[in-house]
Design a protein around this ligand. Structure first.
Ligand SMILES: [Zn+2]
Length: 73
C-alpha cells in the first residue's frame, strides 16, 4: 500500500509504503528535505505539521531507548 503525500512546503508529491492504514510519525520530503509529522487514518492524510531536526532527533532517541529496553527484556 502506497500513500501519496504532498509536501506543504514545495508541493512535490512523495509516497510512503504503509503496512497499517493508520500512522503517526515523521516524514521527510525527498525533494526539499523538509520534515513533517504526518498523521494517516484509513489511508488518508489527516494532518501534516512541520517538524524540526531537533524534534526528529528526540523522537529517534526515544525510539532507540525503547528498542534497547525491549532487547534487555
Ligand atoms: Zn518538499
Amino acid at each position: 500500500m502506497f500513500i501519496k503525500i504532498k509536501c506543504p512546503a514545495c508541493q512535490v508529491e512523495g509516497s510512503m509504503s504503509m503496512v497499517d492504514p493508520s500512522y503517526v510519525g515523521p516524514y521527510r520530503c525527498w525533494s526539499c528535505r523538509a520534515l513533517f509529522t504526518i498523521e494517516l487514518k484509513n489511508n488518508e492524510l489527516v494532518s501534516c505539521k512541520p517538524l524540526s531536526e531537533e524534534e526528529l532527533k528526540k523522537l529517534q532517541e526515544a525510539k532507540d531507548l525503547q528498542n534497547k529496553y525491549k532487547q534487555e527484556l
